[in-house]
Write a protein that binds this ligand. Structure first.
Ligand code: F6R
Length: 364
């Protein structure tokens, strides 16, 4: 059933190009995004004055990417919150609110509770989920399926990339609905998204390099990730993956925040993964890298092709193909998933059944 792979997690990571293709199919084309069957339309959007994205864990990180691109493409301000926080804080939600929930399983208790609360107060609820007919799919007013196929491994991988794909399509869709995004922009984003299955394939081809890095460094007791802009959310998700399956302590920071405290933890040999895929903050990342290097960090930088010369500043570079800066969240996470996976394997962890974790959290 694992199709010849050692773990479901590896099988599911390898399935990501296909999963992404299924997500985009029939929705994303050069002329823009369409969601067949979606009830939310231009008329309804006129009445929406607040958008909230609510989810847990990995799905919450997809929600952070969603916020970033809703704001960038549709110029709508968005709050993204963990469902366990949202449900207990008397959130500001009413009939003019669009609540977007994200859930692979469609059964997460806190996310379901958030839907019920928002619906009681008249909000329109749009669910992005992987499981057809799940509780969350049934209770929402509108559903977008991620179409990733069944995900068995506890650590979510293909569900995440497809959730991010859906967020980007939604951002572009809403941008067009509210007239804040040029048609050409929409085409650019769709074009970029259509490249992602191939780019994920390229990421998967680098497994030997990632495994070698993991085999050499698996005895670490903590690991730091840093990034700016969308790379911050990729870092957060990479850090969560690592904690879940390898039990290595890790943190992910907005690179500019490091000097406001956490840099105190960097010592000789501490591994820092610097995710640097965004041109607009590349120079800023470079100065943050110099700061941690000055404290002895061992830096692994992830950069797009064209920035290989960062090698003179860091200890290790993973070069990803050149791509539109707005789609890097999708291929880049694959490198971090593989890093978490191979570190966990090198440490002898049971990757598919991490201790203390369940695939679907149906109780609080
Ligand atoms: C991480 C992971 C969890 C889930 C979270 C939400 O790899 O699997 O953090 O993402 O429990 O689950 P869903 O998406 O089913 O609501």
């Amino acid at each position: 059933e694992k199709g010849g792979y050692d773990h479901f997690m590896l099988k599911e990571m390898v399935e990501q190009p296909k999963a992404m293709m299924e997500t985009l199919m029939g929705r994303c084309c050069e002329s823009g995004v369409t969601f067949a069957g979606l009830k939310l339309n231009t008329e309804m959007m006129k009445n929406i004055n607040r958008i909230q994205i609510v989810a847990c864990g990995t799905a919450y990180h997809a929600g952070m990417v969603g916020k970033y691109y809703f704001e960038k493409f549709a110029r709508i301000s968005v709050e993204t919150e963990a469902a366990s926080e949202y449900r207990y804080k008397d959130p500001i939600v009413d009939k003019n609110t669009l609540l977007i929930v994200i859930s692979q399983s469609g059964e997460t208790a806190d996310t379901l509770a958030a839907i019920r609360l928002a619906k009681e107060r008249g909000a329109w609820v749009l669910a992005v989920t992987n499981v057809v007919g799940s509780s969350i799919a049934r209770e929402a007013d509108d559903v977008i399926y991620t179409n990733a196929g069944p995900e068995i491994a506890v650590a979510s991988t293909k569900a995440y990339v497809t959730q991010v794909g859906c967020m980007m399509m939604l951002a572009s869709f809403l941008g067009e609905l509210n007239g804040k995004m040029e048609k050409a922009e929409g085409s650019r984003i769709c074009h970029g998204l259509m490249m992602t299955p191939g780019l994920i394939e390229k990421a998967l081809e680098t497994q030997a390099v990632i495994k070698a890095f993991a085999d050499k460094n698996h005895k670490i007791y903590d690991l730091f990730y840093m990034g700016r802009g969308v790379d911050l959310y990729t870092s957060m998700e990479g850090s969560l993956k690592l904690k879940e399956i390898s039990y290595i302590h890790s943190e992910a920071y907005a690179a500019g925040e490091l000097k406001h405290g956490p840099i105190a933890l960097i010592e000789d040999g501490t591994i820092v993964v610097a995710v640097c895929t965004q041109e607009n903050v590349f120079e800023k990342m470079l100065s943050n890298i110099k700061e941690v290097k000055a404290r002895g960090a061992h830096v692994l930088a992830i950069v797009q092709e064209g920035h290989q010369d960062i090698a003179t500043e860091v200890d290790e570079v993973w070069v990803i193909p050149e791509m539109d800066d707005d789609i890097t969240a999708i291929p880049t996470i694959v490198y971090l998933q593989l890093l978490a996976y191979y570190l966990a394997v090198a440490r002898g962890c049971d990757v598919d059944k991490p201790k203390n974790l369940a695939k679907s959290v149906t109780v609080e």
